[in-house]
Write a protein that binds this ligand. Structure first.
Ligand code: GDP
Ligand code: MG
Length: 219
């Protein structure tokens, strides 16, 4: 069984369309983890037909993914896809990733916006935040990933059973690769499209990730 997990925080404008798009592409088990949104994310997700799990307070994307992972594991997932609920990813990339996972017998596939030319990554993100992050991350995790802050990933049950996310905020982006290394899991990278219609986290978000990462390392 394939599950899609969508972490969501205040995504009422976009989440309905993302869920409908996933259903139209034949995905059936769509799990939204709402993280204490104070807008209509939950009702939009329910109306679009997703199953919604809720955190009563905002705990962060990492915590939401762990909630989603535990739920799908208990419900018989063979494969789980982590996918953003703001419409920045392309649903057409999912099947390519699942095929790669199966054909190459991988435990986890990481999405990367740097492996083809579809993503028009904003300048500051492309040349400052992400390269800096990549150097630190790959040093800490001992994995060689081209895109360390990409929310698109596909995990086989084998990886789900080993990867327990304890970083509630964005530092799970380095925790997951570290656990992949520690558990000797087989990984690959998939070119994925990331659409930019706004600036996402911007500069402060990027700095916050670096901060989380350093704290995680010190702890
Ligand atoms: N559950 C949860 N999801 C979050 C949180 N912050 C962001 N997200 C979701 O994670 C995804 C990516 O977040 P976004 O802010 O767009 O990050 P970016 O695109 O990587 O800059 C979106 O689906 C958000 O709704 C959070 O605190 N909790
Ligand atoms: Mg986004």
């Amino acid at each position: 069984m394939i599950f899609i997990v969508l972490p969501a925080y205040n995504e009422e404008q976009k989440i309905g369309r993302v869920i409908r798009d996933l259903f139209q592409h034949g995905f059936k088990n769509i799990i939204v983890v709402d993280d204490g949104s104070d807008d209509n994310t939950v009702s939009e997700a329910v109306t679009a037909g997703a199953k919604v799990l809720k955190h009563m307070i905002n705990r962060g994307q990492g915590a939401a993914l762990q909630t989603g992972n535990e739920f799908v594991l208990q419900n018989g997932a063979e494969i789980v896809v982590h996918f953003d609920s703001d419409g920045q990813f392309n649903v057409n990339d999912i099947n390519k990733g699942i095929e790669k996972l199966i054909e190459e017998n991988l435990d986890i596939v990481f999405g990367s916006r740097f492996l083809d030319t579809r993503s028009k990554v904003p300048f500051f993100k492309k040349y400052f935040i992400l390269p800096f992050s990549r150097i630190i991350n790959n040093f800490i995790t001992k994995l060689n990933l081209s895109d360390v802050h990409n929310g698109f990933r596909i995990m086989h049950r084998r990886a789900l059973e080993k990867i327990n996310i304890t970083q509630d905020q964005m530092a799970h982006n380095s925790e997951i690769p570290r656990l992949v290394k520690e558990n000797n899991l087989k990984y690959g990278e998939l070119p994925v499209e990331v659409l930019y219609f706004e600036n996402g986290q911007g500069v402060s978000g990027g700095l916050k990730i670096l901060w989380d990462l350093l704290i995680a390392k010190i702890n």
